[in-house]
Design a protein around this ligand. Sequence first.
Ligand code: COA
Length: 173
Amino acid sequence: MKHAMIQQMQGTYLLSLGYCLTGLCLGDLAEVMRIEHSASDFPWRAGHFEDSLRNGCAGVCIRHVEGALCGYCIWMPVVDEVHLLNLCVAPSAQKKRLGLALLKHAALRAQAAGGTRMLLEVGVSSRRALHLYRRFGFIEIGIRKNYYVAAEGTREDAYVMRLILSEVQYAAS
Ligand SMILES: CC(C)(COP(=O)(O)OP(=O)(O)OC[C@H]1O[C@@H](n2cnc3c(N)ncnc32)[C@H](O)[C@@H]1OP(=O)(O)O)[C@@H](O)C(=O)NCCC(=O)NCCS
């Protein structure tokens, strides 16, 4: 009940800013891929999204009320653990706390479904993402060497980060 109320408050707050949250589905894929290629240093292929959505992952989109897709998040529940697989906001919509809104929504949904912790990998050079995750309460618990394929075939290490879901403080915004 507590989670449902916070989600409702979050929905009302986003609407007041002109945005809404909707479920992520295969029909969103063309728009998702445009954002993925324009925003991410390590873009997923369409097949990654298709496989994830067909194999039990959950996802959410954030859209402008007039319809344009602004961002999305996708996560995979594994018993009481949740793996955050992808979080991305269109470059033109960044720095408006939409990434935070998507992250909050994923954390609330994960917790409501019985999740106790959330894990993710993030490239060591992804400064904005690292800032968002640390502020939200994630801590680094390890490093995966050469995890991402970066530009020109080089590879980049990733931090493994963990969030204890019961410790998240959900602000009104
Ligand atoms: C990383 C990314 C998703 C961030 O999206 P964004 O919409 O620009 O981020 P936001 O505007 O929501 O920024 C988060 C803000 O919330 C803050 N924040 C995070 N948790 C918070 C909390 N619990 N309470 C208050 N503020 C919080 C952050 O500090 C930041 O605030 P600041 O800009 O005032 O310092 C976006 O830059 C992106 O898509 N990058 C490319 C893809 C990528 O790197 N994805 C992550 C891969 S793992």
